[in-house]
Design a protein around this ligand. Structure first.
Ligand SMILES: O=c1ccn([C@@H]2O[C@H](COP(=O)(O)OP(=O)(O)O[C@H]3O[C@H](CO)[C@@H](O)[C@H](O)[C@H]3O)[C@@H](O)[C@H]2O)c(=O)[nH]1
Length: 447
């Protein structure tokens, strides 16, 4: 084991030690950052010490947190973390990690009273201290995972599945179910199922979600776990640990000043998360659809193959942004009226918090579930395309984009704005997410 930072020192003799919490994020950006945001919130709300288990290569992500809370937060790393790079590797990581972590816990002068770990790390429930499973995704997803945790047999059919036990009894096509739902008795799927069971027998649950967005599913999780240690503390993106418009690169400045020159609500922001890269056919189709739509847009294209000449054809009306966009800042810019998104949960929470309507193109993972919540349950999004490999019909996509960004989208936009205001209020002092955060801090301090 290599300690990166010294452990939090016990306080002066006679004084009681701060409650010490261990935090273990799954080392992918979409998982790591929300859990760091949660840690920031916990430190703001309570006098606690936190040790974060982190891969050495992810240490730079901790800088804002370590700067904000130098005496409360420290980083810990273990050699066996270095070799872990895939989900499967991390899921089976208990063999190499369990022992060093247990030794670390027991030899600490102020041993952690609880661990908050990513829901991909179900096995951390067995480290001998109460474990809070952190879901950087929704309670609707968690409810679905719970529903399937003892129902592998449902996949013998190819018919759509009715989740009869859940609020609203949603029906899903098999191919739209979250990829984490075990779909066969294979070793990997059984492992996934075991992880889900470990999650649901954990001491508590923390969701980057909130009552006004997912109240019925947060309640469902409480019902199924038979306790109230279920905390909806989102949207965590609002705490802005370096996620605002702090990037002052030339490209980001150009992007923000281009937005400044656009009419309120006129721009469609397009970004498919941190990982997805579109194929050439998908890029060609999206580019043509955008041309036909005559809508203003910002398209965040990481390494996506944008067609030759496209930028020139849309100059003045559209912008292709290469690199990492300041998404939270862009979504809260008044010029942005819609967000073409794959519906990854972080993007969902950021859009909802900013009151921006979503044009949904769910592609995989939990994204069909997230889109269902937004489109059918909340009415703050419309579906414009479906599937990770789908090449959209350019006429159809161009028409839907133009209509939704125009008059036809007025109601959806209005509901998204209203939802944004409600969501914002939940994180203010006395709001329900803030109250849940307080409840969580009290729970941790009493362990
Ligand atoms: O140029 C960019 C691109 C992304 N982001 C941020 O990156 C995050 C992207 O997260 P998300 O929208 O959740 O997408 P993925 O990165 O695709 O997330 C994965 O992890 C999520 C959380 O578990 C799942 O919901 C998704 O389905 C899964 O694809 C968001 O905070 C964005 O603000 C930027 O700030 N700038």
């Amino acid at each position: 084991m290599t300690r990166v930072m010294p452990p939090p020192l016990p306080e002066t003799e006679g004084k009681s030690l701060k409650p010490h919490i261990m935090v273990f994020p799954y080392p992918a950006q979409g998982h790591l950052l929300p859990l760091l945001d949660l840690t920031h919130q916990l430190c703001l709300h309570g006098d606690i010490a936190v040790s974060i288990i982190v891969k050495p290569k992810n240490l730079p992500y901790l800088s804002p947190l370590l700067t904000a809370h130098p005496s409360a937060v420290s980083a810990v790393t273990f050699p066996s973390l270095r070799v872990l790079h895939s989900l499967l590797a991390l899921k089976t990581s208990k063999t190499s990690l369990r022992e060093p972590i247990v030794n670390w816990l027991s030899s600490h002068p102020n041993p952690p009273v609880a661990i908050i770990s990513d829901f991909f790390l179900g096995w951390t429930k067995d480290l001998g201290i109460p474990r809070f499973a952190f879901f950087n995704s929704g309670a609707f997803l968690a409810s679905i995972l719970h529903f399937f945790s003892d129902k592998l047999h449902l996949f013998e059919s190819t018919e759509p599945v009715c989740l009869s036990d859940l609020p609203r009894s949603p029906v899903f096509k098999i191919e739209h179910l979250p990829s984490l739902v075990p779909q066969s008795p294979s070793l990997q799927d059984l492992e996934s199922q075991r992880d889900t069971m470990m999650n649901f027998s954990s001491y508590g649950f923390v969701f980057n979600s909130c009552q006004c967005l997912e109240g019925e599913y947060l309640d469902y999780v409480k019902l199924k776990t038979d306790h109230t240690r279920v905390f909806g503390v989102g949207p965590l993106s609002l705490v802005g640990l370096g996620k605002g418009n702090s990037d002052s690169s030339v490209d980001v400045k150009a992007l923000m000043s281009w937005l400044d020159g656009c009419l309120d609500g006129s721009v469609l922001y397009i970004c498919f998360g941190s990982q997805k890269v579109l194929t050439k056919d998908q890029c060609d189709a999206l580019a043509l659809a955008l041309e036909k739509s005559m809508t203003r847009f910002v398209w965040v294209a990481k390494s996506d193959p944008i067609p030759n000449g496209f930028k020139d054809r849309v100059v003045g009306r559209g912008m292709v942004f290469r690199g990492w966009a300041p998404q939270v800042a862009v979504l809260s810019h008044v010029a942005v009226g819609g967000f073409l998104s794959h519906c990854g949960w972080n993007s969902v929470m950021e859009a909802v918090a900013s009151g921006t309507m979503i044009l949904a193109w769910p592609m995989g993972a939990d994204q069909f579930v997230d889109a269902r919540l937004l489109v059918e349950h909340k009415g703050v999004a419309v579906i414009v395309c479906e599937g990770g490999d789908t090449v959209p019909n350019t006429n159809e996509l161009g028409r839907v984009v133009a209509e939704t960004m125009g008059e036809c989208g007025r109601n959806v936009r209005g509901r998204a704005k209203e939802m944004g205001q409600t969501v914002l209020a939940t994180t203010k002092a006395g709001g329900i997410s803030d109250t849940d955060l307080e409840r969580l801090v009290i729970e941790l301090s009493c362990l």
